[in-house]
Design a protein around this ligand. Structure first.
Ligand SMILES: [Zn+2]
Length: 406
């Protein structure tokens, strides 16, 4: 049985051990040691990394009661010196113990029970048994203040096996899963136990090691809520990242960082107003084009008025909208419109006629647009579509004109 040094000495990062057996984990050779400071993945805490005798440890898993250290190279034999990646261990310890404190704070503040915990690469999260609607910004800030209070008080943390008598006296936050190991936050002697939770993970000696805890957001998660958070070093990194993003946004908006929200709102409102204005102008322009074309229309049609067949050049981008505007203007003036335009090599068609009885524009267009290799359709009095082959636009319009009743 491997002596698990990380249980009683979570700060121990270097150790000497002997290789007891060599097994395999995935594609890697994996050694079993007589003692180890490497934490195997479990309880929501990822496995440690580091090296054994200079060979990188790529994973640590518990399999059938053995701690397997998967290696990137050939397994050493005999005595070996182990080194745990301290930065990674501290990061996991901060997120993991931060979760214990956060779960205690949610329970104390909102009677919200923690159902699960995920230690992510960027942010971590806990799932709670309360609806997300209860976790508005004010509630999150209140819990955040509470959990940071636990950190700043730098309370003692005890992680060890407790006797059945001791266990019975502890205010356990949840049932023990296996073993009698419990993480107790606070001083039992002075009657100030803040949290007691069964756990086999690595924990600090004092809560201060967790560093500042920041709650990021609450999301709906089934019937409950998922709360994302960061602790310690991640809080500092995230703050720097957000500052950087804010500075970039401020630069683009040409304003001070503190004014980004107002500037973004003003820019969005301004953009919407200008878009509306542009649409109005485009409509007026299309109507003017329709009036010009209607005045020049000569060929009368038995039903549907004079026919205007034309290939148009839209004044800006958006051939489809331009054709629809002009065709609508022509139909309103009693004409039948067979219009086309080419944009980026693609062909666009729009057919329209006055309302009432007359040839079906939808059918007419479906046939014509097939010549462009595309699709389209519409109502009896207005139809449009487009296809990739803009070079056959004239042929498509001619075919449609030929199908109109004389
Ligand atoms: Zn834990």
């Amino acid at each position: 049985v491997t002596d698990r040094l990380y249980l009683d000495a979570p700060e121990l990062l270097e150790f000497d051990a002997s290789v007891r057996a060599v097994r395999a984990l995935g594609d890697h050779p994996a050694v079993v040691l007589d003692r180890t400071a490497f934490y195997p993945e479990g309880g929501g805490q990822p496995a440690d990394r580091g090296d054994l005798g200079g060979v990188p440890v790529v994973d640590v898993q518990e399999v059938d009661g053995e701690v397997l250290h998967a290696l990137a190279g050939p397994a050493p034999s005999g005595a070996v010196h182990g080194r745990v990646d301290g930065a990674r261990r501290r990061d996991h310890l901060q997120q993991h113990h931060g979760q214990h404190l956060l779960s205690a704070a949610f329970e104390a503040a909102l009677q919200a029970r923690t159902l699960s915990f995920h230690l992510g690469a960027e942010v971590s999260s806990i799932d709670l048994d309360v609806p997300a609607a209860r976790l508005d910004a004010a509630a999150l800030r209140a819990v955040e203040a509470r959990v940071n209070e636990l950190v700043f008080r730098d309370l003692p943390v005890t992680a060890r096996d407790f006797s059945p008598e001791e266990l019975a006296a502890l205010p356990l936050r949840r049932e023990a899963m296996k073993g009698a190991r419990v993480v107790v936050v606070g001083d039992a002697a002075s009657g100030g136990i803040v949290d007691a939770s069964p756990c086999g993970g690595t924990h600090p000696r004092r809560t201060g090691e967790v560093g500042a805890v920041a709650l990021l957001r609450a999301l709906r998660w089934g019937q409950g809520a998922r709360v994302e958070f960061v602790c310690g070093g991640r809080t500092v990194r995230l703050l720097a990242e957000l500052q950087e993003r804010l500075a970039r946004a401020a630069e683009h908006l040409r304003c001070a960082a503190a004014e980004v929200a107002d500037a973004a709102r003003r820019t969005t409102e301004d953009l919407a107003a200008r878009r509306k204005e542009a649409e109005k102008l485009a409509l007026a322009l299309a109507d003017g084009e329709a009036a010009r074309l209607a005045a020049g229309a000569v060929r009368p049609a038995a039903a549907g008025g004079p026919v205007v067949r034309a290939v148009l050049v839209p004044p800006g981008g958006g051939a489809a909208a331009w054709l629809r505007g002009v065709a609508g203007g022509l139909a309103a003036r009693g004409c039948t419109a067979l219009l086309g335009a080419v944009e980026d090599g693609k062909g666009f068609l729009c057919f329209a006629r006055p309302r009432g009885p007359g040839p079906a524009m939808g059918e007419l267009l479906r046939e014509a647009v097939a010549l462009l290799g595309g699709k389209g359709g519409g109502a009896p009095d207005l139809a449009q579509g487009g296809g990739p082959d803009g070079s056959r636009l004239e042929a498509a319009l001619e075919a449609a004109a030929a199908r109109l009743p004389p």
